[in-house]
Design a protein around this ligand. Structure first.
Ligand code: ADP
Ligand code: MG
Length: 747
């Protein structure tokens, strides 16, 4: 430090020893301008050298469930065995002995990724092969060349060393890992005491939270693993607490301040619908109908999320609520994210409403002007009771007569703004806020609904209709197609129908479509010549698609070959077999949705995941001690790319395994989120998730729950944070609003 005392947390980083103007610029490119921001640039991981074992001691280890770490240099790298059992074996040695690191997957990658002489820190569970200990796919950290000395110090003290993500720009400025740590040490030593605590002491005590300066010191240079964890906990808590505080305010505002319509929930239309159903509502459906009706009867705006696995019967629940609104003289808008889905909902509603006199209209893009004008007229004059549509509903030209109830399907594909826009249209037409019901076909973990949908009340349909049998899922390797054809024939012989799905993604649309069409022709002309085979894909016109779907529904087709256009909304109980070709190319929730197209009737249904031979082999061979997601710490872009490819394979494997293991949509979405990350799953900005530094929606369940409880309690106790002991928090919170929480609609 050039001169310590005068500086504070707002000091620009170039005043720190080791940071000149050019390095300051590199930091600035990552949004780090001040000492404070540098303090909040947390390690993405640590080398935990507190548990490092000497290699010679591993022979004596009997517990193969515990993670073990060793540090050593690479003595040899070999490829052994023949395909498909080819493996890469790295021999790692320290002063006491050597051990093998074995890689079955991507052997070539591992051979080329490492070099003899490199220092590695390795950890994993031990595995004994011919009585010799070895690691199979362990976690690997590369230690920097020239860092041995530095590490020896740590090794000696068996410390925990932080790892900061750097990158090409940093390395060009010779900010190596070692240099980075030195800079951080400097900053922590000189500034951490200046970080001002914003929670009252009693609060810290009660929740067992570390004081802020202690947490900030130990997040960078933990004294022990316990301190590291406690620091992470405290800093994660801070982020969630602020976010939940914001949600608490938002919710308070809608709950208390937003007047809504007090619907009379005794509805003849709804009664008539329920009486016309050929099934009884499940207990779970009745429970959520009650929750919704109760909200609707209140003179406040309803903001409720309706969650339930695919096939749990959300549509009929939403429809009951819609009919209540219509009976009270209001219009209902039902917004879906895609045209196919909107059309599908429109048809489903029409089916349900055959015996109920309600005027339902469909508004989507690309309709002819005459028709469109007619629909818009019906909406404006109040002749349309239910308007199903895409975001075409929020165009300027659409004016509602009296929109009192809004249903939004698959909300996370819409921006928060689009929801607000439809609500605004309602408010314009009826002068109070319409009630809002958000439906999602993607079950999401509860903690995530507490964040993404944090300002909504949640109703969950946690029970499937009774007559359903669990869908049986199996995997077949491509070469096993004879077996597949036999199964298909057996299904058709029972009078049931079969879907065969092909992947189609934008990047390779042409090739994909060709593959689907060619397969269709092969089935029709060569394999199932005695059966009726149909084809449907997104490039066909609406009329063509309708014709094919109608034919399938009428059982005029035995087999329907399709691209993913039938992912959601299709409801044909007589179809009992879902074959997904190239299942490895589909996302997990997509697979789950596709599987949800069968199992809709009383018959036993099957889902067959067809995958390449190699994937089938690995899936069958997979053992617990191959850790797919542990990957070497990369230091160059090329390697990152290769890792990504490897990871993708690993992910495909995990997706298939998950599908084979469970039918539970909540569990599946949890895995999907882990694979894709919340940002990708929802699109961070769209969903209203804040930018998170250290918090992670997937890991922080209990912290989120606690932060939520505390934040909501605080707002209840001291709504304006006037209390003397809340002044620091108040200041901190508003500072945070100005920076990282700004884009969330506070108003
Ligand atoms: P979701 O929208 O939740 O995926 P749907 O509303 O499409 O589920 O319902 C799936 C199928 O189950 C539909 O054919 C629907 O008519 C039917 N269904 C809904 N509720 C019940 C019930 N209680 N008993 C039997 N079938 C039901
Ligand atoms: Mg209400």
């Amino acid at each position: 430090m050039k001169s310590v005392i005068k500086y504070d947390l707002k000091t620009p980083v170039q005043f720190i020893k080791g940071i000149g103007p050019r390095r300051a610029e590199a930091f600035a490119n990552r949004g780090i301008n001040t000492v404070h921001e540098l303090l909040y640039y947390f390690p993405f991981d640590y080398f935990d050298l507190t548990q490092v074992s000497e290699i010679s001691s591993l022979r004596r280890i009997t517990d193969t469930t515990k993670r073990i770490s060793v540090v050593g240099s690479i003595r040899a790298i070999d490829i052994a065995g023949r395909p498909p059992r080819r493996k890469c074996v790295i021999t790692l040695g320290d002063a006491t002995g050597t051990i093998s690191l074995v890689f079955f997957q991507n052997a070539n990658y591992f051979k080329s990724a490492f070099q003899v002489g490199e220092m590695l820190a390795v950890s994993g569970k031990l595995n004994f092969f011919q009585n010799r200990p070895q690691f199979v796919h362990p976690r690997i950290d590369r230690l920097e060349v020239g860092e041995e000395d530095n590490l020896k110090g740590f090794l000696h003290t068996k410390g925990i060393i932080p790892k900061y993500s750097s990158g090409e720009d940093f390395r060009n400025l010779r900010i190596t890992d070692t240099v980075f740590r030195k800079i951080m040490k400097e900053v922590v030593d000189n500034f951490v005491e200046q970080a001002e605590e914003f929670f009252p002491e009693s609060f810290l005590k009660r929740l067992n939270l570390l004081p802020l300066p202690v947490a900030l010191r130990n997040i960078h240079f933990p004294e022990t693993v316990e301190y590291k964890n406690a620091s992470r906990y405290r800093l994660k808590f801070d982020e969630w607490f602020c976010f939940q505080l914001l949600l608490a305010y938002r919710k308070m505002k809608t709950k208390i301040q937003t007047p809504g319509i007090s619907f009379n929930v005794k509805s003849n239309l709804a009664r008539k619908l329920v009486d016309s159903l050929h099934f009884k509502l499940t207990k779970a459906q009745i429970k959520v109908v009650k929750e919704i009706a109760n909200d609707m009867s209140q003179p406040k705006q309803m903001n409720r999320l309706l969650q339930g696995d695919v096939g749990s019967g959300k549509t009929v629940v939403a429809l009951i609520a819609m009919l209540i609104a219509i009976d009270n003289g209001y219009q209902v808008a039902f917004m879906a994210p895609t045209e196919i889905l909107a059309e599908q909902h429109y048809k489903t509603l029409a089916q349900f409403l055959r015996e109920v006199n309600v005027n339902t209209r469909l508004l989507i893009g690309g309709q002819r002007k005459r028709l469109r004008d007619d629909i818009i007229g019906d909406i404006r004059e109040g002749r349309a009771n239910i308007i199903v549509g895409t975001h075409a509903l929020i165009q300027e030209s659409v004016e509602f007569a009296n929109l009192g109830f809004v249903v939004i399907d698959e909300q996370h594909r819409f921006g928060v703004d689009q929801r607000a826009e439809l609500v605004r249209k309602g408010k314009e037409s009826v002068n109070v806020h319409p009630d809002v019901l958000v439906m999602t076909a993607t079950p999401i973990p509860r903690t995530l609904s507490l964040t993404v949908y944090g300002d909504l009340d949640v109703s969950i349909i946690d029970e499937m209709p009774k007559n359903r049998k669990q869908i049986k899922t199996m995997m077949l390797a491509e070469p096993e197609s004879d077996q597949l054809y036999t199964m298909i024939r057996a299904t058709v012989r029972k009078g049931q129908q079969v879907y065969i799905i092909y992947p189609l993604i934008e990047e390779s649309e042409k090739v994909d479509l060709k593959a689907a069409v060619e397969s269709y022709e092969m089935f029709r002309d060569a394999i199932f010549t005695d059966l009726k085979v149909g084809l449907i894909h997104g490039r066909m016109s609406s009329d063509e698609k309708d014709q094919v779907m109608e034919a399938f529904k009428a059982k005029q087709l035995h087999i329907l070959v399709s691209t993913t256009v039938i992912e959601v909304g299709i409801d044909i109980p007589n179809a009992t077999m879902m074959v997904i070709e190239h299942a490895e190319r589909f996302g997990l929730s997509q697979l789950h949705q596709l599987r949800g197209r069968v199992g809709r009737g009383a018959e036993q249904s099957h889902c067959v995941l067809v995958v390449p031979d190699w994937l089938a082999r690995i899936t069958k061979r997979q053992t617990d001690n191959i850790e797919i997601f542990d990957s070497p710490n990369s230091n160059n872009i090329n390697e990152l790319e290769r890792q990504k490819a490897r990871l993708t394979d690993g992910q495909a494997l995990t997706r298939i395994q998950t599908m084979l293991a469970t039918n539970d949509g909540f569990r599946i979405s949890e895995v999907d989120l882990k694979l894709r990350g919340a940002g990708d799953f929802f699109g961070t900005r769209q969903s209203g998730l804040p930018e998170l530094h250290i918090a992670n929606v997937l890991d922080d369940g209990p912290i989120i729950t606690l932060a939520r409880q505390e934040a909501f309690q605080l707002v209840a106790d001291d709504p304006h944070l006037r209390n003397q002991e809340h002044q620091s928090l108040r200041k901190y919170f508003f500072e945070k609003l100005k920076t990282s929480l700004t884009y969330i609609d506070v108003g």
